[in-house]
Design a protein around this ligand. Structure first.
Ligand SMILES: Cc1cc2nc3c(=O)[nH]c(=O)nc-3n(C[C@H](O)[C@H](O)[C@H](O)COP(=O)(O)OP(=O)(O)OC[C@H]3O[C@@H](n4cnc5c(N)ncnc54)[C@H](O)[C@@H]3O)c2cc1C
Length: 276
């Protein structure tokens, strides 16, 4: 059991945006006010915080993976905060007791900042065959998959096979979906015909952005959505509105749910909507 300290122990679970911000504000506010400093402990399975906003750029090779994961200890800086890198296994809310891979922690105040899980909207095939996009491991997996498709397409003499390998479908046109698609487009546009000399971007690559709603960027003003749509269409991204991706399968088939639309064969659907 970890040491205790007179009724003022704060245990913060999760050292990403919410947990780190809470840690800093608690500490800095007490320091500024000159009130007793709480005994703050921060726990995360990782010793880094992932700047998710740059994950699409990491996937498209614009950014080095290490440049988007500052160390938690560095962000905490000189503040008097105990950090433990360990997996949280159980949370006993009524007793404010947390079991981790390292030891058991007790607290007077518990802060839960453990994030959210990817929402597959109950569709098991997305979970099985799609590419989620929330963690560094997801970003690297998708990047490796795209590069593998490029390598195979570059070697292939079969035009249909090349096109299948280079067809990518993004389900969901929120801010994250747009970022992923546009970064992917830039990456493919930069490399096809150059690093991959047998691939012609306009002839072989198909990028489909499917959105169930009648517009993209549903949380933003209409004018932004229209401008984004036009820009994407100009950049060879096929935006399909009012179109639901209803399933994914091992051979890389994806179905567009809208009546009359044809199944599209692809190398894999990209991210399902990450929870923001
Ligand atoms: C690709 C992408 C791009 C985004 N772009 C933007 C953007 O531009 N602007 C914006 O405002 N938001 C953006 N977001 C959303 C933003 O990343 C989230 O809102 C934010 O990460 C939520 O922070 P959080 O601290 O609540 O949770 P998270 O960031 O999910 O952090 C949860 C933390 O808990 C830890 N954890 C979870 N379970 C355990 C366990 N059992 N044991 C130990 N540790 C555990 C995890 O390691 C993690 O560090 C984006 C998200 C994605 C996926």
């Amino acid at each position: 059991m970890e040491a205790t300290n007179g009724g003022n122990r704060v245990l913060i679970l999760g050292g990403s945006f919410a947990g780190l911000y809470c840690t800093q504000v608690l500490h800095d506010t007490a320091k500024k006010a000159g009130t007793p400093m709480p005994d703050i402990t921060l726990i995360d399975r990782n010793n880094f915080v992932l700047f998710t906003a740059f994950l699409p750029e990491m996937m498209s090779n614009q950014l080095n993976p290490l440049s988007i994961v500052p160390a938690i200890r560095r962000v905490v800086g000189g503040r008097n905060i105990a950090f433990h890198q360990t997996e949280i296994l159980d949370i006993d809310l009524s007793n404010k007791r947390v079991t981790t891979g390292k030891s058991v922690f007790e607290a007077d105040t518990l802060v839960l900042a453990l994030g959210a899980v990817t929402n597959y909207f109950g569709n098991e095939s997305f979970e099985k065959y799609g590419f989620p996009f929330k963690t560094m491991a997801h970003g690297l997996r998708l990047r490796n998959h795209i590069i593998d498709c490029l390598e195979r397409a570059d070697r292939s003499k079969d035009e249909a096979e090349r096109r299948r390998l280079l067809t990518f479908i993004q389900a969901g046109a929120g801010a994250c979906g747009l970022e992923v698609m546009t970064e992917l487009r830039e990456f493919l546009h930069l490399t096809c015909g150059k690093a991959y000399r047998n691939i012609n971007f306009h002839r072989d690559v198909q990028l489909i952005l499917a959105e169930g709603l009648p517009r993209v960027l549903s949380g933003m003003p209409e004018a932004c959505a229209l401008a984004a749509c036009e820009k994407m269409q100009r950049r060879h991204i096929d935006v399909r509105l009012s179109t639901f991706v209803t399933g994914a399968a091992p051979a890389g088939w994806n179905w567009m749910g809208r009546t009359g639309s044809r199944p599209t064969r692809s190398s894999g659907s990209l991210a399902s909507k990450p929870t923001r």
